[in-house]
Design a protein around this ligand. Structure first.
Ligand code: R5P
Length: 293
C-alpha cells in the first residue's frame, strides 16, 4: 500500500502513512495563473493499492477535481486499486431532489469519482445514509462522535453533560455521545428554508435547567443551526452550551457569531483545518485502512 497525501490534507495524509507504516508518494500540485489545477505523482504506484487522502472542504470544486486528477493518474500509471480517503465529503447534504429540477449533487460526485478510477471511498460522518448510498460506489462512513465525546469528557472535563442533536437526523450522534458522556440525550426540531437557508429551532421541554449541554452536529457551516439552538437552550435555562462537530467549515464569521450567541465553546476534528480542529482523525482512519494492507 502507498499513500498519496493530497494538497487539501497533506498533514493528515503523512500522519496516516506513518501510522500504517506505508510509503507516502511525493506529489506536486499547483495552479496555473488562470486557476487550472496541475498534479504530478513523483513516485511509482504500479501494482499498488493506493490510498489518496483529500478532504473536500472549501474550495470544494477545486479539491474534488484535484482528487479526480490524482485518482485517474494513479490508475493510468498502473495502480491496482484506488481507495479515496475523503474525511469531509462535500455535496453530501444535497442527497435528494428537495425542489423539482434540482441536481442530486452527491450522486453526480459519486459518478465523477467512479469514472476517475476510485474503487472505494472512506469518509467520516457523512451527512446521511441516503448520501452514502447515492454515491453508487463501495463506501464507508466512520463515526468521529466517540472521539469528540471522549475529548470533551477527558480534556474539557465535560463528563455528565447532556448530548443534544439540533435536529432529528442527528439523534443517533447524540445518543452515541451520551454513551460516553453519561448525561442523557435529546433532540430539537429544526427547520431550514429551502429558499433563504434561514434556520428556525422550536422550543421543546428538555431536562437541561442548570446543566451543561453539548450540541453534536456533523457540520458547522454558517453557524445558523448552532446559534438558533444555543438561543433556545439558554432560554430554557441551560447553564453552559458547547458545540461539537466533525467538520468545522465555519464559513466567514461563523465562529464569532456562535460565540456571540452565548455558546461557550466549539470543538471539531481535523477533517477540515480550522482554529477549532483539535480532535485528530488519523487513528480512526488508520484502523479502517489496516484491512486494506
Ligand atoms: C444539516 O442538516 C447539517 O446536519 C448541519 O446542521 C448544517 O449543515 C449546519 O449548517 P449551518 O452551520 O449553516 O447551520
Amino acid at each position: 500500500m502507498k499513500v498519496i497525501p493530497g494538497p487539501a490534507s497533506r498533514k493528515l495524509g503523512l500522519r496516516l502513512a506513518e501510522l500504517l507504516g506505508a510509503e507516502a508518494v511525493p506529489i506536486t500540485c499547483k495552479h496555473f495563473p488562470d486557476g487550472e489545477s496541475y498534479v504530478r505523482l513523483d513516485g511509482s504506484v504500479e501494482g499498488e493499492t493506493v490510498v489518496i487522502v483529500q478532504s473536500t472542504y472549501p474550495p470544494q470544486d477545486k479539491h474534488l477535481l484535484e482528487l479526480c486528477l490524482m485518482a485517474d493518474t494513479a490508475k493510468d500509471l498502473g495502480a491496482e486499486r484506488v481507495v479515496a480517503v475523503v474525511p469531509y465529503l462535500a455535496y453530501a447534504r444535497q442527497d435528494k431532489r428537495f425542489l423539482s429540477g434540482e441536481a442530486v449533487s452527491i450522486r453526480t460526485v459519486g459518478k465523477l469519482l467512479r469514472a476517475a478510477g476510485v474503487d472505494k471511498l472512506i469518509t467520516i460522518d457523512i451527512h446521511s445514509d441516503e448520501a452514502l448510498k447515492a454515491l453508487g460506489i463501495e463506501a464507508v462512513s466512520l463515526s468521529a462522535v466517540p472521539l469528540l465525546a471522549r475529548y470533551l469528557a477527558e480534556e474539557k472535563g465535560l463528563g455528565g453533560a447532556f448530548a443534544l442533536a439540533p435536529d432529528r437526523g442527528a439523534l443517533e450522534r447524540a445518543e452515541q455521545a451520551s454513551k460516553i458522556l453519561g448525561g442523557g440525550f435529546g433532540w430539537l426540531h429544526k427547520e431550514r428554508s429551502r429558499i433563504t437557508g434561514e434556520v428556525r429551532v422550536e422550543e421543546k421541554a428538555l431536562d437541561i435547567s442548570g446543566r451543561t449541554v453539548i450540541i453534536f452536529d456533523d457540520i458547522i457551516s454558517t453557524g445558523g443551526t448552532i446559534v438558533a439552538a444555543t438561543e433556545v437552550l439558554k432560554k430554557q435555562g441551560a447553564a453552559r452550551v458547547y458545540a461539537a462537530c466533525t467538520h468545522p467549515l465555519l464559513v466567514n464569521d461563523a465562529l464569532k457569531r456562535i460565540l456571540a450567541s452565548g455558546c461557550d465553546g466549539v470543538v471539531g476534528t481535523d477533517s477540515v483545518p480550522s482554529s477549532v480542529s483539535v480532535v485528530p482523525v488519523a487513528g480512526l482512519l488508520a484502523r479502517e485502512l489496516r484491512d486494506e494492507l
